[in-house]
Design a protein around this ligand. Sequence first.
Ligand code: B4P
Length: 203
Amino acid sequence: MPESKHLASNNMFHIILFGPPGSGKGTQSEKLIAEYGLIHLSTGNLLRSEIEQKTALGMEAKSVMDKGQLVPDEVVIGMISSALDANPDAKGFLFDGFPRTVAQAEALDKLLKLKNGEIGVFLALQVSEEELVKRLLGRGLTSGRSDDTNESVIRARIAEYNAKTSVVADYYKQFDKVVDIHGEGSIDEIFAALQKEIDARMK
Ligand code: B4P
């Protein structure tokens, strides 16, 4: 793959794509990694891969995810730590669905510091609850994801986000990294808004 025009220098640039379940993190991540040549780290995808392979970790995670709850911090922090070690030559990482708690955010900062890196920008997608439920039920019709088919599980995921995850934005606000992005509209419009913020910060 040709090196991305945006990451021609040796400076690493790491992005957190943040938002409630169904806000478009996975959707926009696909476009962002293609545009900027970043390594995509989605804890949701990593967990679903463990479930598919029927590992012990995957089976434990599935029972938590099917209730709409968060997987224990030590499990996801361990997965991210291994993924960072497995990509020593990365020009930058796009974190999608991680960190979801303040403990995960603190652990990520420590892991990046060990590599002389830090988060460049924290992009927070803003989407109303009714739109989130509509999107996830829509995805549930075709994705085969057991956490997308039941509205009460979807609402539990949103409640878990409001209780434990939304405060992660406050954590990054103290470092002046947070940019809110309107997450309703066409996928291309939202991508353009994300790109504008990244390009303004990526040197
Ligand atoms: P994730 O895999 O992270 O998934 P998600 O939050 O459900 O969805 P995402 O935000 O990526 O989906 P998207 O909007 O792109 O998490 C799943 C579970 O794993 C969690 O509930 C938790 O149990 C566990 N987990 C993951 N990470 C964890 C962590 N760090 N700590 C603890 N537990 C963790 O897509 C949704 C739908 O919207 C799609 O159908 C898409 O096509 C549609 N869509 C996207 N953009 C749209 C637009 N602009 N307009 C209309 N529809 C749109």
